[in-house]
Design a protein around this ligand. Structure first.
Ligand code: ADP
Length: 301
């Protein structure tokens, strides 16, 4: 098969591994930089041009769209979909997953457990929001944040109000969330492909940090997840419409709580922690699923 990895660089671990895994399995692999693509949008013959060349003949694409490139990246994915190319994750699902608030609303609607979450827009609602999630300690998150940036633990009422005021002063949207103390600064990343959790790891924050992001110096270790955690992660990915997803789970007294469903989950942390060939499993999924025109949404949305 001819498979494109949509990425911003061939030097990223995940991109390298996907190319390698595809080649090992006999496929023609190519990195396509979304920012270099330009598109001809018409109903007769939609096309994608790439540094003067017409991108044709791909059976599948693996979108690795960075959070800073969601708008243009998903437009390129949509264009491939319009051309009948199978995308591991569809453009609509990627856009959906990038909106933290929308994702939580969708998951809540389907009964997925999550930390109590408040969101509002009025300057005088701070007090109410704080009460809504059960008072301090609580977590305040920038809606646009990634990799733990803009995620703050406020231990007192006063701290919570100051952070809310600061975010508001920056005209930034944010969520207020119940703090799951018993998670102990750790979360579980479940890597979902299709209807299975193929690998999972526990990430533990640095001493004194409640955030477990590996980019913030957290460490990862292999972990055995419970059947309930497994089922919740698979269900969450399905609700978001993602075939490949990194589902972040907090272990709480009331069971697994979903924090986030990531549409371009990194491979480095999970492959190194588990020793599993996750890239190979993604290629295997494509081999089973990719058929021309199989994209459900046909680039809609
Ligand atoms: P990002 O998307 O920027 O990584 P997250 O929402 O995943 O932000 O939060 C970063 C980290 O902070 C999580 O991995 C988790 O360890 C911790 N965390 C986030 N929300 C909570 C919460 N409500 N209770 C306890 N810990 C949390």
């Amino acid at each position: 098969m001819k498979i494109a990895v949509l990425s911003r660089s061939e030097n990223i671990y995940s991109t390298k591994r996907l190319i390698e895994a595809g080649q090992e399995r006999g496929h023609e692999m190519r990195v396509v930089h979304t920012r270099h693509c330009y598109m001809s949008i018409n109903s007769e013959k939609p096309g994608i041009h790439y540094d003067g060349e017409s991108l044709l003949g791909f059976d599948a694409i693996i979108p690795r769209i960075s959070p800073t490139n969601t708008f243009y990246g998903t437009a390129v994915v949509r264009q491939f979909e319009m051309m009948g190319v199978f995308s591991v994750n569809e453009s609509v699902a990627i856009s959906r997953s990038r909106d933290k608030l929308r994702s939580l609303q969708l998951l809540a609607r389907k009964g997925i457990g999550m930390p109590l979450t408040g969101f509002g827009n009025r300057p005088d609602a701070a007090q109410d929001l704080i009460e809504l999630v059960g008072g301090p300690p609580l977590v305040i998150k920038l809606l646009e944040g990634t990799q733990g940036v803009g995620v703050v633990l406020a231990e007192t009422h006063q701290a919570a109000e100051s952070v809310i005021d600061a975010f508001r002063g920056l005209k930034a949207f944010f969520l207020v969330q119940e703090y799951i103390k018993e998670a102990g600064g750790a979360d579980i990343r479940c890597f979902v492909i299709g209807d299975k959790v193929v690998a999972s790891m526990m990430r533990q924050g640095q001493e004194g940090d409640f955030r477990s992001n590996l980019h913030r110096g957290g460490s990862a270790q292999i972990i055995k997840i419970t059947p309930e955690e497994r089922a919740t992660a698979v269900k969450a990915a399905k609700i978001m419409g993602l075939n490949v997803a990194g589902v972040d789970v907090l272990r709480s007294k009331r069971g697994p709580l979903i924090m986030e469903v990531n549409s371009s989950p990194g491979l480095e942390g999970i492959e190194k922690a588990t020793g599993k060939d996750v890239a190979g499993m993604i290629i295997e999924f494509i081999e089973k699923q990719a058929k021309p025109g199989k994209t459900k949404t046909k680039g809609k949305g």
